[in-house]
Write a protein that binds this ligand. Sequence first.
Ligand code: 13P
Ligand code: SF4
Length: 309
Amino acid sequence: MPAIATITEEILELKRERRAVILAHHYQDAEIQELADSVGDSLELARAAQRFDGDVIAFCGVWFMAETAKVLNPHRTVVVPDREAGCSLVDSCPVDRLRAFKQMHPEYAVVSYINTSVDVKTESDIICTSRNAVDVVNSIPSDQPVLFCPDINLGNYVKRETGRENMRIWQGACIVHATFPARKVVEAKMAHPRARVAAHPECPPEVLRMADFIGSTSAIIDHCVAAEDAEWIVMTESGVRFSLERRAPEKTFYFVANEMCNCSECPYMKRNSLEKLRDCLLHLQPRVELSDETIERARLPIERMLALR
Ligand code: 13P
Ligand code: SF4
């Protein structure tokens, strides 16, 4: 029997024994997505973490996503295949700097992208994802100033979409999306003149200006599948190819290499593997551990977002 089948069986057996659910982000390797109970973008996975029967969540994504799942499931065990599956956006927003800002500017409502540490969430008024960021910012009274953290490209996109002037934006960036060069999109458009462009809002403004559609990972997949156009230049992490090709096998999808790795893969997301998934189910480590106080304080801004629809 090939090794891959053995490890798959081991994972499924452990999943049964542990009464575990496997949640996978679209940026995971195809073999992990194939095994998952739910595959989605960060908002869908936060919602999936709210409603399931079982004792353990094996979160195949990055650490901040698993922290969010833990906040929503304080009595369940939440594990991640690799503890180093982080995010450059989380690193760009240390909680002490946010606290310092709040001390100087207490009048600001803090809107934090879900790609932040749980400590930053405890200091935030409301959380958003790339799917609902415009609605979340619009939910704040128009005369209240907003600090949007930490993604500069998503923040600028939201500012343009909402027309909101009283909005300050943190200077963080995603190393995957922010390093997609506009020049490569132009080259791809010239090579594939019939292709349309779909982009994640973490991409730079000059890339977004060329996009026919802008949305979260799941929104990009849904749009490319539903649209009449048969060719798409997809400006996000290449893990979305799995769902795109499964749901629209007749279409063609092109990915553009970024300046960071000359690829379109997230190095944090790709730290997870089937072997590490098996091991985290076996040892229940690495495990997200949060204090009751942190859970209580982070829950409110997350639930405010989830209540918005
Ligand atoms: P989504 O909210 O679209 O899943 O994005 C999460 C992310 O990390 C994008 O880089
Ligand atoms: Fe973070 Fe970017 Fe990776 Fe998403 S793709 S997890 S924003 S580094």
